[in-house]
Design a protein around this ligand. Structure first.
Ligand code: GDP
Ligand code: ZN
Length: 448
């Protein structure tokens, strides 16, 4: 890709809104030496932290802080970049930003810095998405996986498969010129075993990416059961000690009805339906409606019953719960009836016996939730992936499988390989429409 000619200059506050010890205004584009001269009264040294006073158009000080200058191409965006580190208050940041706009910069769009980094070849598309996913990671495990994508691990593996596809394509296309020798040639070149090898690698990567997608978006769990059956207690037990470092994914509204906990780093978005019943207030109706929409997207419904109560009277919510969703029945309060913890499966229906008071059996429930989620990875080589990556990998796999059935018609064989390569190229952004870029980068925050 060619860098855009004479980039216009963009500016934004790069740090989170609100008060902080330090706030950063980032500027990227061209003509930044003049910028620095007007703003700080000096020529900045490349990659050197310089204490500076930042002044407004009349020479009055706005703030003082650190000036950083990264000349192109050795910068995040690949363009000239200035970073103004001032005091992190909303007003002072706004004044610094306005000063930059006054000097001819325009306000950056969401994700525009990262988009420029992509267009200038500093990052590929999967890495750029890793940036956003790291910022939005809701658990430590998701953050670690996002860093792997950001540093290019995912892209490298995609490239390795693309390289093998290219090798095979070259071989096949060379063979096309000598039709009478086709079959013999392919046999000597071991085309089929090589195709099989590519398929195996694709399947393995798809599996790991699937685990990464789970790590990224988590599992929607709905807790149902009569009042006092132990829903809140169970939620506390499930959250355990990891509760403190769990945050909701940025950008989604936090409300009392939905709580995010984690199990082995998988975010579990849990809705305690008690909140639906308890809140009759009209002001909260919107929240309740939103919760119902989330319930529609449930991955698993956990239904609690009380071991110490014989008649469990069917829950009035049951009728409104979505069908065709995994269900786990939890028999709680086994400590009251001196029963043992355990897991049973009958006709595909899983029942777990626990005590939310003593914690007995809660590990079994955690394992069951992970099983339902399809989680089987062991952390370190999971790459954080998005649905669009999975889609591309699946389609590439489809073309590789189709190629295997076309050995008798080499043109078709070659064409399937080409299509597989193109789908993989969409992951890293080598093939891809501009509207895809727009969609991806518009979800970034401003200043990133
Ligand atoms: P919720 O209304 O379904 O959220 O139920 P709570 O979690 O608020 O629990 C209701 C009551 O049952 C509380 O007094 C809990 O301490 C108690 N409780 C919950 N789980 C257990 C359990 O496993 N064993 C015993 N003995 N009591 C429990
Ligand atoms: Zn409760």
């Amino acid at each position: 890709r060619q860098p855009p000619r004479a980039p216009d200059t963009i500016a934004a506050v790069a740090t989170a809104p609100g008060c902080g010890g330090i706030g950063v205004v980032r500027v990227s584009g061209s003509g930044l030496l003049g910028f620095a001269q007007a703003l700080c009264g000096r020529q900045p040294q490349p990659r050197l932290a310089q204490f500076s006073r930042f002044v407004d158009g009349e020479g009055r000080p706005i703030d003082e802080g650190i000036l950083l200058y990264f000349p192109a191409p050795a910068s995040f965006t690949g363009e000239d970049v200035l970073e103004l580190q001032g005091h992190g208050g909303p007003v002072v940041m706004q004044l610094l930003l306005e000063r930059c706009l006054g000097l001819g910069a325009r306000l950056a769009e969401p994700g525009e810095f990262t988009r420029r980094a992509f267009l200038n070849g500093k990052l590929d598309l999967a890495q750029a998405e890793g940036v956003a996913d790291l910022i939005e990671a809701s658990t430590a495990a998701a953050a670690r996986s996002a860093v792997r994508s950001l540093s290019g691990r995912f892209s490298e593996e995609v490239h390795r498969i693309v390289d093998r596809l290219v090798d095979l394509r070259m071989l096949v296309e060379a063979t096309l010129d000598f039709p009478e020798e086709e079959i013999e040639f392919l046999e000597r070149a071991r085309a089929m075993p090589r195709l099989e090898g590519i398929r195996g690698e694709l399947e393995a990567l798809l599996d790991r990416a699937g685990q990464g997608a789970l790590l990224r978006s988590g599992l929607n769990v709905v807790l149902v059961g009569a009042p006092n059956v132990g829903k809140s207690s169970l939620l506390n037990q499930l959250a355990g000690e990891e509760r403190a470092i769990v945050t909701d994914i940025a950008g989604t509204t936090r409300d009392a009805l939905r709580e995010t906990i984690q199990i082995e780093g998988i975010p579990l978005h849990v809705i305690d339906t008690a909140g639906l019943r308890d809140t009759a207030d009209t002001v909260e109706r919107l929240g309740i409606e939103r919760t119902w929409r989330e319930i529609e997207r449930a991955d698993v419904i956990v239904r609690l019953v009380d071991a110490s109560v014989s008649a469990t009277g069917d829950d009035e919510l049951a009728g409104r719960l979505p069908g065709g969703v995994e269900r786990i029945t939890v028999v709680n309060k086994i400590d009251l009836v001196s029963a043992a913890a355990g897991r049973e499966e009958q006709a595909g229906q899983v029942t777990v016996r626990v005590s939310a008071r003593t914690g007995e059996g809660v590990d079994l429930l955690r394992a069951e939730l992970l099983r339902v989620a399809g989680w089987h990875a062991h952390g370190e080589d999971v790459v954080l992936a998005r649905e669009r990556h999975l889609q591309a990998l699946r389609m590439a796999l489809g073309h590789v499988c189709a190629a295997g059935e076309q050995l008798a018609a080499l043109e078709l064989f070659a064409e399937e390989l080409r299509l597989a390569q193109e789908r993989l190229g969409e992951i890293t952004g080598e093939f891809g429409a501009d509207d895809l870029l727009g969609e991806i980068f518009s979800r970034f925050c401003i200043g990133k």
